[in-house]
Design a protein around this ligand. Sequence first.
Ligand code: NAD
Length: 391
Amino acid sequence: MAAVDAGWTVIGIDNLEAKVAQINSGKSPIEDISDIQLQTALASGAYRASIGFSSIAKASVITICVPTPLDEKREPDLSFLQSAAAAIAPFVSNETLVVSESTSYPGTLRDIIIPTVDSLKPKNSIKVYYASAPERVNPGDPVWNQKNTPRLVGAVDAASQVKALAFYESICDAAVSVSTPEVAEAAKLLENTFRLVNIALINEFTQLCAATGINVHEVIDAATSKPYGFMPFRPGVGVGGHCIPVDPLYLTWWARQNGARAEFVETADSINREMPKYVGQRALELIDSSITKPRVLILGVAYKPGVSDVRETPVSEVRDYLKSQGAEVAWHDPLVPTWEGSKPVNIEWECDVAILAIRQQGIDLKILVSRGTPILDCTNSFKLRTGVTSL
Ligand SMILES: NC(=O)c1ccc[n+]([C@@H]2O[C@H](COP(=O)([O-])OP(=O)(O)OC[C@H]3O[C@@H](n4cnc5c(N)ncnc54)[C@H](O)[C@@H]3O)[C@@H](O)[C@H]2O)c1
């Protein structure tokens, strides 16, 4: 949509037929893009979706932005990236710019995408330009979007850099030129690993404070009064979504491939992964110990506030831990219609304790407070309210 707004004609390729049909019918699959915005772009002819890769044959720019998840060993799964590179290759034409926007470890463009495209492109004589420009998106953010977030651009040669900068300068307010694709790829991993380790630090610090009766939020507020050298992070149920818990493991894997270890990052990952169990334990501590099969209501199951996305949500581990302790668990999230095969309950569901895991608009605690149900607030939303305990 940013490219459409900048005057480009855009074709969105996806191998999910249902998604393509949904988009072409004017129903946006992405919360930050409204149906109206999509419908306007479709009606003007500036945008359409397709499952046919041949429709990119006339493209002067091809951006690859497919998922880069972890496999069952929690290692990089580049299968989507590899299949996308192979699928575009027969349709690149002379002087096409191919950009990788997917998050991956340094060397992905040069070692995986380029050899794949070069080996499958129609003719050897075709010159293809290559760059890396990692996507920076914060879903649900009302301030920062594709246009006003500066974009890193690192290409394999000077001519590719000129083309890639021109493209991103046309769709973003600022493109930031870096010397190689590897710098851009590494910077993306640094950005998200920075968040992971700081969240881990505050999650660990929270447990230290709670054990000694200190309110960690008051400590964070106090430290934030320092005008330099400190940035506040808040504790929570863990780390969710398809970026912050995933991307740092691309970094740890890449380190191992190069004979090193990113121990600090590995430790941060394990601290965050222990957080759901800690949250479950704190919630069970709020229940009368005579109750043998406690009923626990989890409020908010998306991976963060304001979105319906439940990918990698740490709330799954909270639920699993509570169930392993014999609890009956139900959930409520105004933005999530189904979650891992289950349906939400009404907020009035009778329970012994409620966990406010993610703050979603439309979650009203009044009924629980008036009933005297203890609430563990992992979001620091209800400070000093009777019956509400902060993480
Ligand atoms: N979504 C974000 O908030 C965000 C932010 C920053 C970076 N990223 C990165 O951007 C990349 C894409 O993330 P996403 O959340 O948009 O992914 P996503 O899971 O929404 O997938 C995007 C689409 O790619 C399609 N797809 C998969 N393989 C394909 C193929 N071979 N050919 C054509 N289509 C294919 C999928 O069907 C899906 O519709 C990832 O590397 C991610 O880490 C995402």
